[in-house]
Design a protein around this ligand. Structure first.
Ligand code: ADP
Length: 528
């Protein structure tokens, strides 16, 4: 009994009340606007130079004799693997995709020069074309004899390629961006500060491949585009959000609200631009985010204390670690018999004693197990925590705490989604008032907890009043009830309420990096 009572007490420390939700949304909107006005704020709000989202009818024209303009290439350099795919957009919200995946050799992750890595990538593209688009490749080989440079190809014979590059870049155009720093085990100092699209294009040109790097894509933008293309109805998607290893979102903003200087060229006719929020670093100053001693321990022992504070409370990389820290602290508490009854033993090599060793998937298992004896959770405790013969009470304690951590994460995820819905005025009919005074008033209303019911909306077209959101990542896909808890948070937000929450449609965006990158390449090709 003492154990469960203690677990409940600890779990309560993760409560994130409706009032906290309101305060956090207000701060989120304030930081979003700050990021739109100036550089070097907590949320970077990076302009992507993508000025339209698809509606599912996109289809590239097929021009004989070779149908390659209907086919786009996409490559994804994200971490462990390099993916190459070709995508045929059918123009009826469907697509077909051919894909290949290759592990990046470790030595190339720490190559002496960027050239070594990028020439490997170009060779993979060549191999892909040869394997999957042989007809075209043969024609390409024939033509290679007669033209001296890629420019010598007729335009319709050049594949447009979308490059998903999931490392921090300073984007300066739709197909231009300089590497800020490597992460995830890569270390090629020579590449830092260089334009990654130019590096890839150079190697592609050396192989004389008929491929043009048309777009540089962040994975959140890919998610937004992919969802917008495939989502039911013809209303463009507002937001693409990732809740996986990390968390981030990209949304459609009014161009008039992006008042900080932009270096790149873009087509301003749509009046909109996709912005990559980099919301993982929301509230690094810890003005409103909930915090426990366990969050503090995690942050202090991380490689980047004080940074990515929102992400550290939400994403897959951190939730298992928060659970681990809580359990270790509880085991140290005198009189609390966690994993300490007569039969259970914790091995010395238990992942409980190793930083980052507990995967977040145990939270999903704990949440899903509603059996009388919590048997699957007890098995998982043995497997992933290295505790043999955990008692029913142990499992109950792990379930309580996992639930509290997961629920807080989902409610915080709801804050990000709600803030973007409110910021863009998508639930309100007519043109939203985007003046600074209106934004400040909105923030004030939220701070006062003014839970106004959302305005009734005029029904436009088949989707009248639906706000569409695309999500991706293991957490949102597999944690039971993640979306429900997000929705609970949305309902208590002033300006959304129960009526507004019902009009927010959230759907998984599959193959975001492939389809999304192809779609951005298509938009870019139209601008050429
Ligand atoms: P990525 O974000 O790297 O593209 P994923 O979306 O698969 O990849 O996210 C991986 C992260 O999700 C890891 O941190 C992992 O711990 C976590 N994760 C994987 N499966 C689950 C699950 N069933 N429940 C909760 N978290 C999970």
């Amino acid at each position: 009994m003492a154990l469960l009572a203690e677990a409940k007490r600890v779990a309560a420390e993760f409560d994130f009340s409706d009032n906290d939700v309101q305060k956090t949304v207000a701060e989120f909107i304030a930081e979003m606007n700050e990021g739109l006005e100036k550089n070097a704020t907590t949320m970077s709000q990076i302009p992507t130079y993508v000025t339209a989202v698809p509606n599912g009818t996109e289809k590239a024209s097929r021009s004989p004799p070779l149908p390659i303009r209907g086919l786009y290439l996409a490559v994804d350099l994200g971490g462990t693997n390099f993916r190459v795919c070709s995508i045929q957009l059918n123009g009826d919200t469907t697509f077909s995709l051919t894909q290949s995946k290759v592990a990046i050799p470790r030595e190339l992750m720490e190559a002496k020069t960027a050239k070594e890595l990028f020439s490997f990538l170009a060779k993979q593209i060549e191999l892909f074309l040869k394997t999957h688009h042989e007809d075209h490749f043969e024609a390409h080989i024939r033509r290679r004899q007669t033209v001296s440079s890629p420019e010598g190809y007729r335009d319709e014979h050049i594949f447009r390629l979308g490059f998903t590059f999931s490392f921090p870049v300073h984007q300066i155009g739709i197909n231009r961006g300089t590497l800020i720093r490597w992460t995830k085990g890569f270390n090629i100092p020579d590449a830092v500060g260089q334009d990654v699209c130019a590096l890839l294009q150079k190697e592609i040109d050396l192989l004389r491949l008929p491929v043009k790097v048309a777009a540089l894509v962040n994975d959140t933008v890919g998610t937004l585009m992919a969802r917008s293309y495939t989502s039911p109805g013809k209303t463009g998607t507002l937001l693409g959000a990732i809740f996986g290893t990390g968390t981030n979102g990209a949304y459609v903003e009014k161009l008039s609200k992006i008042t900080k200087p932009m270096e790149g060229e873009y087509d301003a006719t749509t009046g909109e631009m996709v912005v990559n929020t980099e919301w993982g670093s929301f509230d690094n100053g810890m003005k409103v985010l909930p915090s426990t001693i366990y969050d503090e321990i995690l942050d202090k022992d991380s490689v980047n204390p004080g940074i990515q504070m929102f992400e550290k409370r939400i994403s897959g990389m951190f939730l298992g670690e928060i659970l681990r820290i809580v359990l270790v602290e509880m085991m140290k508490t005198p009189g609390i018999p966690l994993f300490r009854d007569d039969s259970s033993t914790v091995s010395e090599s238990s992942p409980l004693f190793k930083q980052w060793a507990v995967d977040s998937s145990i939270l999903s298992i704990a949440e899903a197990d509603n059996s009388e004896g919590l048997s699957s959770l007890r098995q998982e405790i043995e497997k992933s925590l290295g505790v043999s013969a955990a008692s029913f009470e142990d499992a109950q304690a792990v379930k309580e705490i996992s639930h509290a951590i997961g629920k807080r994460a989902a409610r915080l995820a709801g804050v990000a989604v709600g803030a973007i819905v409110l910021q863009t005025g998508r639930l309100t009919p007519g043109t939203p008032d985007t003046s600074k005074a209106a934004t400040l008033q909105k923030i004030k209303d939220l701070e006062l907890g003014d839970a106004k019911p959302a305005a009734t909306v005029s029904v436009e077209g088949e989707d009248g009043g639906i706000v569409d959101i695309g999500v991706d990542g293991s957490l949102v896909e597999f944690y039971p009830g993640f979306e429900d808890y997000m929705r609970d948070a949305l309902r208590v937000m002033g300006g959304i309420g129960a009526a507004g929450e019902k009009r927010i449609r959230i759907g998984i965006a599959k193959d975001g990096s492939g389809v999304g990158a192809a779609l951005i390449a298509l938009v870019a090709a139209k601008m050429e």
